[in-house]
Design a protein around this ligand. Structure first.
Ligand code: UDP
Length: 409
C-alpha cells in the first residue's frame, strides 16, 4: 500500500490564498488532504478569500507583530520585516516539527513563503515553490519580494515556473533543468473559479456593498470604469501622492470616467490619498469611489466591467490578461514583462505625467483598446494546478538529494 504524502501548504497573504486555492482543490480531488497553515501575514484581507473558496486552514499563526498596532512609532520597513520574518520562522518551524510533513508547498515571493521554505529546509523537508522564477533583476524593487524569490529558489526542490521566461531566469541562476517545470500560472484557474462561483455568491450577497457595486457596474455602458489598486512598499512614499494626483486630474478632465479604488488597509496609503483629494470639486469626488478591500468575487465582478485597470499588483496584472482588460502598471520595474510583451499592459511608472499621457492615448484611440483585448494569455491555459499536483504526487516518494538521516536509508 502506498503511503499518502503529507503536503503542508504555507500561505498567509491575499494573493497566495487565491493562487493556491486551485492546487488545494486538485490535491483533494486526488484523495490528498493537504495540511494548510495560515501564517497571519494578512488577516483582514485573507479571511474573506478563505471563506469564498470554502477553505479552512488547519493551523493559524497568531502573529504578535503588526505595525498598525503601533501607529505612534515611525514606520521602519527594515525593522518590521525582521520582526515578521523572525516570528514566522519560529512558528512555522514549530509546526513542521509537530505536523511532520513530507513536502512543504510555498508560493511566490512573500515573507510567509520565504520563511516557510527556510523552516522546511532547516528540518530537511523538500520544498515545492509555486510561481517560481519571476525576476525584476532589481534587488530593491519590488522590495523585499525580489530577494525573497531569489532566496526561495536556492532552497526549493521543485520549481513551478509559470512561463518559459521564468524558467530561463532560474536556469541563469544555476538551477538544474530537471527541477524546473513550466506549468503556467494558477491565477487562470483561480479567476475561472471566481467567475464560475460569482452568480451564486451575488445571489447570497444582497447587502449594501453588493447594491453599491451593482449601481456602479450598471453604469458601465455610459461611463468608463477605471479600477485602481496600489499597495507596494515602493509606492507608499511620494508615489502614492503622484498617482492620486493623476487620478484626480483624470476625473477632472474626463467627465465620463468613474474610478473604483479599493484601498489597501495600510494607514499611510489612506492618509496620502485623502491628503491629495481633500480639496477636489464635488463632481470629481462623486465619481471617485474609495472603497474597503473587496472580497475576491466582488473584485472580479467590478474588474470584468472595467474599461482600464491601473495597478501595482502582480496578481491583478495577470487577472487583467485573463479578463482581457488593458492594464497600466504603476511601477518602474516588472517581473512580469510577459504582460507588456503580450500587448495588454504598459509599464507606466508612477509619475503623474506618464499616467495622464497613457490614459489619454486610450481616449484618443479607442480601437487600440479593442485590439489589446484580443491577446493570447502568456500565463498558460489553466492547467497549472493539475500539472503541479501530478508532478508532486509522482515525485513525492522519491528521496533523491536528501541526507541519509532524512531519507532513512
Ligand atoms: N484582490 C481582491 N480584493 C481587492 C484587491 C485585490 O480580492 O480589493 C485580489 C486580486 O483579485 C488579486 C490579488 O488580490 O488576485 C492581488 O493581491 P495583491 O495586489 O495584494 O498582491 P500581489 O498580487 O501584488 O502580490
Amino acid at each position: 500500500m502506498s503511503i499518502k504524502p503529507r503536503i503542508l501548504m504555507v500561505m498567509g497573504t491575499r494573493p497566495e490564498i487565491i493562487k493556491m486555492a486551485p492546487i488545494y482543490y486538485e490535491l483533494r480531488q486526488r484523495g490528498i488532504d493537504p495540511l494548510l497553515l495560515h501564517t497571519g501575514q494578512h488577516n483582514e484581507l485573507a479571511m474573506p478569500q478563505y471563506e469564498f473558496f470554502d477553505i479552512k486552514p488547519d493551523y493559524i499563526v497568531d502573529l504578535q507583530r503588526n505595525h498598525i498596532l503601533y501607529p505612534e512609532k515611525p514606520y521602519n520597513p527594515g525593522h518590521d520585516l525582521s520582526t515578521l520574518s523572525g516570528e514566522l520562522l519560529n512558528k512555522i518551524s514549530e509546526l513542521i516539527v509537530s505536523a511532520s510533513p513530507s513536502t512543504v508547498l510555498v508560493h511566490g515571493d512573500t515573507s510567509s513563503g520565504l520563511m516557510g521554505a527556510l523552516a522546511a529546509f532547516y528540518h530537511q523537508v523538500p520544498i515545492a515553490h509555486v510561481e517560481a522564477g519571476l525576476r525584476s533583476h532589481n534587488e530593491y524593487n519590488p522590495f523585499p519580494e525580489e530577494m525573497n524569490r531569489v532566496m526561495m529558489a536556492r532552497l526549493a526542490r521543485w520549481h513551478f515556473a509559470p512561463t518559459q521566461r521564468a524558467q530561463k531566469n532560474l536556469l541563469a541562476e544555476g538551477i538544474a533543468k530537471e527541477k524546473i517545470h513550466v506549468v503556467g500560472n494558477t491565477i487562470i484557474e483561480a479567476t475561472r473559479l471566481g467567475i464560475e462561483r460569482l452568480p451564486k455568491y451575488l445571489q447570497a450577497a444582497q447587502n449594501s456593498e453588493y447594491q453599491f457595486l451593482k449601481d456602479i457596474i450598471g453604469q458601465h455602458e455610459q461611463k468608463k470604469i477605471v479600477m485602481v489598486t496600489m499597495h507596494r512598499r515602493e509606492n507608499q512614499a511620494s508615489n502614492v501622492m503622484q498617482i492620486t494626483s493623476a487620478i484626480k486630474e483624470l476625473l477632472e478632465k474626463y467627465e465620463d470616467m468613474l474610478v473604483v479604488w479599493p484601498i489597501h488597509p495600510n494607514p499611510k496609503i489612506r492618509a496620502a490619498i485623502h491628503n491629495v483629494i481633500g480639496d477636489s470639486a464635488d463632481n470629481t469626488i462623486s465619481r471617485l469611489h474609495l472603497l474597503k478591500p473587496l472580497s475576491y468575487p466582488l473584485f472580479l465582478w467590478v474588474m470584468q466591467h472595467a474599461w482600464l485597470v491601473l495597478t501595482d499588483s502582480g496578481g491583478i496584472q495577470e487577472e487583467s490578461v485573463a479578463l482581457h482588460i488593458p492594464v497600466l502598471i504603476l511601477r518602474d520595474t516588472t517581473e512580469r514583462p510577459e504582460v507588456v510583451e503580450a500587448g495588454i499592459g504598459i509599464l507606466a511608472g508612477t509619475e503623474k505625467g506618464s499616467i495622464l499621457h497613457h490614459v489619454a492615448s486610450f481616449y484618443r484611440n479607442p480601437s487600440k483598446r479593442e485590439s489589446w483585448r484580443q491577446v493570447e494569455n502568456p500565463f498558460g491555459n489553466g492547467t497549472a494546478a493539475k500539472c503541479i499536483c501530478e508532478i508532486l504526487l509522482a515525485g513525492s516518494g522519491s528521496n533523491e538529494n536528501l541526507p541519509k538521516t532524512i531519507a532513512g536509508s
